[in-house]
Design a protein around this ligand. Structure first.
Ligand code: CO
Length: 211
């Protein structure tokens, strides 16, 4: 059997089991999706949003990219954000990074990853530059990368707060609450490192006053 065929086999078994446990399961989900959470996570295969949070299909709306970045020109991410906030009206947006992130580590090197990856990783280098003094003082490279993972989710949450999508939702609906989390590959535990409640004031340079 080919490796991919195992996935299709497992899928059949899973679908059978779900229907055995709850005959209406797929019928119900097919007609309704009301997730309370938008998850912006890393593409890393070891950080599946639903598994590590014990949630079921229908509970989390998910966007993933390398190193869980919120880049204000990313049409893909902003389509997801707009839909999640304005149509699904999610109550929480979670940016979840992870310790031992390959994207974070790559951005800390001076290696040329060629055009596209360099372009993407550059955003993480910009985060490093903001916290250069604190990060340079950490001599252990692994510990430094882990701290950058934490600072990175904090910055990405702040990027969310700078958008008119979030600011408008804060003004008119008083949601969503923004969270920055970092997941530990070694122990499976999520460390909440940063949060912003709806309506939190940010640098006035980024605040829209005519929403
Ligand atoms: Co990663």
């Amino acid at each position: 059997m080919q490796a991919y065929e195992k996935l299709l086999e497992a899928n059949k078994l899973w679908a059978d089991k779900m229907v055995q446990d709850d005959p209406e399961y797929f019928e119900r989900l097919a007609h309704l999706q009301t997730p309370q959470f938008l998850w912006i996570g890393c593409s890393d295969s070891r950080v599946p949003a639903d598994k590590i949070t014990g949630t079921q299909p229908g509970e989390i709306f998910v966007h993933r990219n390398v190193a869980n970045l919120v880049i204000h020109t990313d049409v893909n991410l902003f389509s997801v954000l707009d839909y999640a906030v304005n149509q699904l009206k999610v109550k929480h947006v979670i940016v979840c990074g992870h310790y031992g992130c390959g994207g974070i580590k790559a951005a800390m090197t001076d290696h040329d990853y060629k055009y596209i990856l360099n372009m993407w990783l550059r955003n993480i280098k910009d985060v490093y530059r903001l916290y250069r003094e604190e990060l340079d003082a950490i001599t252990n490279i692994e510990a430094r990368a882990d701290r950058l993972s934490e600072l990175n989710v904090k910055e990405q949450v702040m990027h969310l707060a700078k958008t008119s999508v979030i600011q408008r939702a804060w003004k008119y609906n008083n949601i969503p609450h923004l969270h920055g989390w970092v997941y530990g590959l070694k122990d499976g535990i999520i460390n909440p490192v940063f949060e912003m409640a709806a309506g939190t004031h940010i640098d006035s340079l980024y605040e829209y006053d005519d929403l």
